[in-house]
Design a protein around this ligand. Sequence first.
Ligand SMILES: CC(C)(COP(=O)(O)OP(=O)(O)OC[C@H]1O[C@@H](n2cnc3c(N)ncnc32)[C@H](O)[C@@H]1OP(=O)(O)O)[C@@H](O)C(=O)NCCC(=O)NCCS
Length: 195
Amino acid sequence: MSSSKHRKAAGRPIRVRLDDGTPLVMRPLHPGDVLRLRRGFEQLSERSRQRRFLTAKPTLSPAELAYLTAGDGEHRRTLGVAVADRRGRARTPIAVARCERETSDPTIGEVAVTVIDSWQGRGIGRLVLRALAGISWNAGIRRWRALIAGENAGAFRVLASVAEEESRQHAGAGTVEVIYRLAPPPPLEDVPADA
Ligand SMILES: CC(C)(COP(=O)(O)OP(=O)(O)OC[C@H]1O[C@@H](n2cnc3c(N)ncnc32)[C@H](O)[C@@H]1OP(=O)(O)O)[C@@H](O)C(=O)NCCC(=O)NCCS
């Protein structure tokens, strides 16, 4: 993705297509997304919730929903992904990714990503992380920190497909802390939804 497209992704919807042609739209989350986020969360399996939050998570509280949909643009960057209709408008929310800048080192951001179970394994995790990598890079973030359950092969794989692993260490309770080095990512096509 070019710098202008990263700027676009940071502020306005960006349309992309999966390899199978499914049109998607990505944009930062905002407080009006609480119901969409809750709908997406309800479609996550217990295992996906556990992997994302590293603890049992049957529900998200109103405070958690508010926190997860608030992007302040400076310290917190978010992207929500939805399947688009024929006019390119967001319809079904299917994934979210976020990068939270660390206060102790503003060049590091903590990253997390979630794709609802029925859409996993189709390239969406990689797609949204590629976009988030560009947004992070343009915001001066050079490394991502990720806390990953040690058995979560998919998370290690999808992050490694976007950024270079620099280090990893055990963080207790079966969790691994991984530092990824970011680089300007390869181009991401912005394809019109009706192409
Ligand atoms: C981890 C997760 C984000 C991956 O998203 P996804 O859309 O399914 O991943 P993609 O289809 O983009 O796959 C990207 C790569 O990861 C691999 N991959 C995905 N899931 C995998 C799994 N469970 N086991 C092994 N490899 C996996 C794919 O084969 C692909 O590899 P490739 O680059 O060699 O082709 C998704 O499974 C998820 O949301 N899990 C629950 C929440 C979670 O674990 N979040 C991570 C917290 S940091």
